[in-house]
Design a protein around this ligand. Structure first.
Ligand SMILES: Cc1cc2nc3c(=O)[nH]c(=O)nc-3n(C[C@H](O)[C@H](O)[C@H](O)COP(=O)(O)OP(=O)(O)OC[C@H]3O[C@@H](n4cnc5c(N)ncnc54)[C@H](O)[C@@H]3O)c2cc1C
Length: 386
């Protein structure tokens, strides 16, 4: 088994969180290695909303210019009743961006990952692809990680280990925190479709009983990302699987023709089971900590999972810049982040109920939205200003 002398940070997982963490820790002066089980860095073919609390850090990492080349800054958020197509709220993003001093962007995940991967390489992160973490054991004051690579095993030693390995984190299992992913009885169907000339380049949210649909432009405005979330009691057997187009069309059969036309344009859907984890009171132990979905997987009803992973990366680097790559710095990072991420996890669960309301509750929700109007986005300043 090959090994290296202990030093610096070992990040398990090179997704959005792991790569952002690598860049942030390099900026704090640490030697950084990333272990990624996939043979190539890749993301699902879907989009992502990046709110100002995330883009602010991406700008600090020196990545905003590259990101803006491939992302879109949408003009407005439009909320409609998915069945009647009636407008419930229309909010321009410009005042929010001016108020909070950072843009709101929408981007294809593969494009964001490419920007982060390039940033990580340029920052000097070492990456080991095709290496799946299997176990962790103490090694002096640090840790030794064993990973499967090809037919063999490799070992890496480090002063600190950061588990950025997603909702099914192996690093989290090692910490015996008793956390387990909870199926939210909802699935997301995702598709990327070519942008029609008459499709507005806004973020559009269509609400209906037991379902909602979000669309926004990606790929420098040449394509539209569609996310349709529907209630489903049967869990998806894998995290994601090809989605049955007929199931999507059936779920939205009674919706407005404009909404159904959008779905008809989708060449294929990917179906994604929605899981989160109950907020963890703690997620660090000795020289090990967690970051992103591994620490606080959340439902996508506030569009914050990736943004919170990026915030984690900046907060961890700040704690290490103050206290060094020590267990105390990891605990101070966790203490700084846990109350906020737990609040957002709970808020996302609450929004699941609000988005999918039926009957009188739905009418009351719509009345509140109409009354709030352009002020809708300001209600989320506590997240976006973060
Ligand atoms: C439908 C949907 C819509 C969403 N929309 C938004 C949005 O608009 N905005 C937003 O901010 N967030 C959104 N999210 C959430 C966001 O996608 C996630 O929070 C984010 O991708 C988490 O990043 P991560 O790096 O923590 O984990 P992951 O993306 O899961 O990355 C984990 C990485 O670790 C690797 N890995 C796992 N196990 C091992 C191992 N044992 N050894 C080595 N490597 C390993 C994996 O291969 C992967 O590359 C959405 C989520 C869903 C489901």
């Amino acid at each position: 088994m090959a090994g290296t002398a202990p030093s610096g940070a070992l990040i398990v997982g090179a997704g959005i969180g792991g790569l952002a963490c690598g860049i942030a820790l390099r900026r704090a002066g640490l030697k950084v290695r990333l272990l990624e089980q996939a043979d190539a860095l890749a993301e699902v073919g879907a989009g992502l909303q990046l709110t100002p609390n995330a883009t602010r850090h991406l700008r600090d990492f020196g990545l905003l210019d590259a990101l803006e080349q491939v992302a879109v800054a949408p003009r407005a958020l439009e909320v409609r009743d998915g069945r009647s197509f009636a407008l419930l709220a229309h909010c321009d993003y410009a005042p929010m961006a001016a108020r909070l001093g950072a843009p709101f962007l929408v981007v294809h995940r593969a494009d964001l990952l490419a920007v982060l991967a390039e940033g990580a390489r340029a920052a000097g992160c070492e990456m080991r692809l095709g290496a799946r973490l299997q176990s962790l054991e103490p090694h002096g004051a640090g840790m030794r990680a064993v990973a499967a690579e090809g037919d063999g095993l490799i070992a890496e030693t480090a002063d600190i280990v950061i588990g950025a390995d997603g909702v099914r984190s192996v690093v989290r299992e090692h910490l015996h925190l008793g956390a387990r992913p909870v199926f939210a009885r909802r699935v997301a169907y995702r598709a990327t479709i070519p942008l029609r000339a008459d499709t507005p380049k806004d973020v559009r949210l269509f609400l209906g009983p037991d379902a909602h649909l979000v669309t926004y432009p990606v790929k420098s405005g040449t394509a539209v990302n569609v996310v349709a979330i529907v209630k489903q009691d049967r869990p998806v057997s894998r995290w994601s699987e090809p989605g049955e187009a007929s199931a999507v069309h059936a779920a939205f059969a009674g919706w407005a023709p404009e909404v159904r036309a959008l779905l008809q344009d989708a060449p294929a859907f990917l179906c994604w089971g929605l899981y989160d984890v109950d907020p963890l009171p703690r997620w660090s132990e000795g020289p090990i900590t967690l970051l992103g979905d591994a620490a606080h997987a959340m439902l996508p009803f506030l569009a914050q999972g990736a943004a919170q992973a990026i915030e984690d990366a900046a907060a961890l680097a700040a704690a290490i810049a103050r206290g060094g790559a020590t267990p105390a710095a990891l605990r101070s990072y966790e203490a700084a982040r846990q109350p906020r991420t737990a609040r957002i996890q709970r808020g996302a669960r609450r929004n699941a109920g609000i988005y999918h309301m039926k009957g009188p509750a739905r009418l009351a929700r719509d009345a509140v939205m109409r009354a709030t109007g352009a002020g809708l986005l300001e209600r989320y300043d506590w997240i976006y200003a973060g």
